[in-house]
Design a protein around this ligand. Structure first.
Ligand code: ZN
Length: 260
């Protein structure tokens, strides 16, 4: 029983092939796929996908920091309204967050990301949903902003400093680990440092990976390989790791609990 807690199933790259992708994922033992959004269009499409593939696909709606600058206030407001409207049917608010590298030193872009992220956190707090956060080169900043709200956080693909990781774990928050655990020494260190009870697995598809994934399309069928490597890092059996991650997923996402 596997979990892909972060994939962009509404992405153009998967268009017309989601049927096959979900079917293959189910056959590979993937029980939960959390489909993340980036803007209004992908939020609407993600809701349709969740409708089409129950109970495997669960939606997460939000405005991604890369889309925060292009999106008008009205679009951000519409995504926020969708989150409030669908509330309990959603797994989380995501993908939202901050990306200092993407802002490229432009104060205006950084301020806009912060404004949109704050609105997403406020919405998550109102509706009682966990938040799946992007925090590339911004993990400390994401944590600082998040702590001003009463929300449960998942730091997707956490790649920040170990010191920041410890603060995240102290708050009882979660991180996700994906295919890069196979070749990134830093991600291996992060996975070794975090207790297994704080880790979720993800693919972040359609992002492509190096190493053993070089020629492979990124779909939830890669999750068993992520679990295998994580088990090696932890010195545990893959089955034990998969089971604990499913338990973590049930704990983080109220929508998964209500499936039981
Ligand atoms: Zn993502």
């Amino acid at each position: 029983m596997y979990v892909d807690s972060h994939i962009h199933l509404a992405d153009e790259a998967y268009k017309g092939r989601v049927d096959r992708i979900v079917e293959e994922a189910r056959r590979a033992g993937v029980k939960i796929i959390v489909a993340n959004s980036e803007d209004l269009e992908t939020s609407l499409r993600t809701l349709e996908l969740a409708e089409a593939y129950p109970p495997t696909v669960l939606p997460a709606l939000g405005v991604h920091p890369w889309c925060a600058c292009e999106a008008e206030d009205s679009e951000v407001g519409e995504v926020s309204n969708l989150i409030l409207k669908h509330g309990g049917r959603l797994a989380a608010v995501g993908e939202v967050g901050l990306d200092l590298a993407y802002a490229r030193g432009k104060q205006e872009a950084w301020d806009r990301q912060k404004k949109v992220f704050s609105l997403m956190l406020e919405t998550a707090e109102r509706v009682g949903l966990p938040v799946i956060a992007h925090s590339r080169r911004s993990a400390g900043e994401v944590l600082e902003v998040a702590l001003t709200y009463r929300v449960k956080m998942v730091f997707h693909w956490f790649s920040g400093e170990i010191q920041v990781l410890r603060r995240i774990l102290d708050e009882g928050f979660y991180i996700t680990v994906g295919p890069s655990i196979h070749y990134s020494k830093h991600i291996q260190r992060v996975a070794a440092e975090a207790p297994l009870t704080s880790i979720l697995t993800e693919t972040d598809g359609p992002v492509r990976y190096r190493g053993p994934f070089e020629s492979l399309e990124t779909t939830p069928t890669l999750i068993p390989m992520v679990v295998e490597k994580l088990a090696e890092v932890k010195g545990l059996k893959p089955d034990e790791v998969a089971l604990q991650i499913l338990k973590n997923c049930e704990k983080v996402f109220p929508a998964v609990q209500s499936l039981e």
